[in-house]
Design a protein around this ligand. Structure first.
Ligand SMILES: Cc1cc2nc3c(=O)[nH]c(=O)nc-3n(C[C@H](O)[C@H](O)[C@H](O)COP(=O)(O)OP(=O)(O)OC[C@H]3O[C@@H](n4cnc5c(N)ncnc54)[C@H](O)[C@@H]3O)c2cc1C
Length: 415
């Protein structure tokens, strides 16, 4: 492709054809714009296809700013209310994809196939006259006197407006390798100080007993605490023991808050309550009244055999002796292991295993009515490149749909 110095090749070029970029392209195309989407990946939509275990958790039945972290809730709200869950359901229904709500509140396509979501987006692009070009990785976006020059080793193309939809760094093999941040910076934007993997599994030391329970999952309460004990964040959800440490929705959700905490103060801790269904007081009383029963027998009222044995091992007590013989200090150690166990987290599994990136371009640098850049006229930013990350449950796609819709349908006004 070559550029034309008199008039631009395209009205709008979308850099990045993931969820947010495709959505932006569809709505810009529907508004009558000549739209080109450039994506560096060989196959489009890799993340959509792997999402939700291959079923694609498209959105959640109730979406609230509290389900997100990063930028300020009132800014996030402004975006989310412009394109809500009903709009998402209607969009996909119009494209022939019915969504079903599961018990967890998550919405999936009735086909249970992520492919139907991607096909619907690609067919909507086609109907809107959008041109898709890939693999065409964008190296640079330059602001010219009139519009932009977008270039890579495939050549260059000109456009009146650019929508930057390059995602973050999560799952880099999908094509989202963080180069979009450099492009945003070259166009005058700032990237938040903290850019880290989020929705990411956590690693425990090699010999840790919880690693021995690989494959076991349980419902637990996870709490991030500042060194003084102040609770920074907590969640009660399913936790999965794995060969490297811990995963599952609870761990994925808490991971960014743990990271944020240790960046503030290395003394921040993450503890787990393995038995949220029983209070510390009730557990203590059960142990004190157990007489000749062993601690193992008492714990098994609430936990599996293997988990009971592991917690007894973590507490360092003798689980076979009668409870009546437990020293006060042993009982205290057992209570701590069950209800307030500080996880010796060594780190996270990095971007390769992360579902999203925390950090990005601050929302204050974007006009949230249009997603237009406040730094470079004609530029808009959408999706995960912005400093917003949602919890598990379809919230990240809802952010992509909402920002994509706003930028795409406003593209005609934002030159
Ligand atoms: C394993 C996994 C499962 C997930 N499951 C869910 C789920 O079920 N529900 C949910 O809500 N969220 C889920 N997410 C998160 C969700 O996929 C992302 O938040 C969402 O895809 C972000 O959309 P985006 O368009 O902003 O970025 P991306 O989807 O990352 O898309 C960015 C696109 O830009 C392209 N690109 C990047 N740089 C360049 C460049 N320089 N030039 C050209 N193209 C470029 C990339 O190739 C990519 O196609 C999951 C993520 C992962 C990794």
């Amino acid at each position: 492709m070559t550029s034309n110095s008199n008039s631009s090749d395209y009205d709008v070029t979308v850099v990045g054809g993931g969820a947010a970029g495709l959505f932006a392209a569809i709505f810009a195309g529907r508004a009558g714009q000549r739209v080109l989407v450039l994506d560096g990946a060989k196959k489009l939509g890799a993340k959509i296809l792997v999402a939700g275990g291959g079923r694609c958790n498209v959105t959640h039945h109730a979406v609230d700013p509290a389900d997100y972290a990063g930028d300020k809730p009132n800014r996030i709200r402004k975006v989310l209310r412009r394109f809500d869950v009903t709009n998402t359901i209607d969009f996909f229904r119009e494209q022939g994809v019915e969504l079903k709500r599961e018990e967890t509140g998550k919405l999936f396509p009735v086909t249970d196939k992520a492919r139907s979501v991607l096909d619907a987006l690609l067919s909507a692009c086609n109907q809107a006259g959008v041109t898709l070009a890939h693999p065409q990785r964008v190296e640079a976006v330059e602001r010219r006197e009139e519009g932009f020059l977008i270039s890579g080793d495939w050549g260059s193309v000109s456009a009146d407006r650019v929508i930057l939809a390059t995602g973050g760094r999560a799952l880099p093999k999908s094509g989202s390798d963080g180069h979009g941040y450099a492009i945003a910076e070259s166009l005058g934007h700032r990237i938040s100080d903290r850019v880290f993997p989020a929705l990411v599994p956590l690693i425990l030391p090699g010999e840790h007993p919880l690693r021995e329970l690989s494959g076991v999952s349980f419902d637990g309460t996870l709490t991030v605490r500042a060194p003084g004990g102040k609770i920074l964040h907590h969640t009660t959800h399913s936790i999965l023991c794995t060969h490297f440490g811990l995963s599952g929705p609870g761990i994925l959700d808490i991971s960014r808050h743990w990271r944020d905490g240790i960046e503030d103060d290395a003394g921040t801790t993450l503890d787990v309550d393995f038995m949220p269904q029983v209070t510390q007081k009730d557990l203590d009383q059960a142990l004190q009244r157990a007489g000749s029963k062993t601690p193992r027998t008492i714990l098994r009222q609430w936990l599996s055999d293997r988990m009971s044995d592991t917690l007894i091992a973590l507490s360092g007590i003798d689980g076979q002796s009668p409870c009546a013989q437990l020293a006060k200090n042993d009982r205290k150690n057992l209570l701590l292991a069950c209800k307030h166990y500080v996880l010796p987290v060594q780190g996270d599994r990095g971007y390769t295993y992360a579902e999203v990136t925390m950090g990005g371009v601050p929302l204050e640098e974007v006009d949230l009515k249009t997603m237009a850049s406040r730094k470079t006229p004609g530029l808009s930013l959408v999706g995960e490149i912005l400093d917003v990350d949602g919890r598990i449950g379809g919230f990240n796609f809802q952010w992509a749909w909402a920002t994509g819709f706003i930028a795409g349908s406003s593209a005609v006004f934002t030159s």
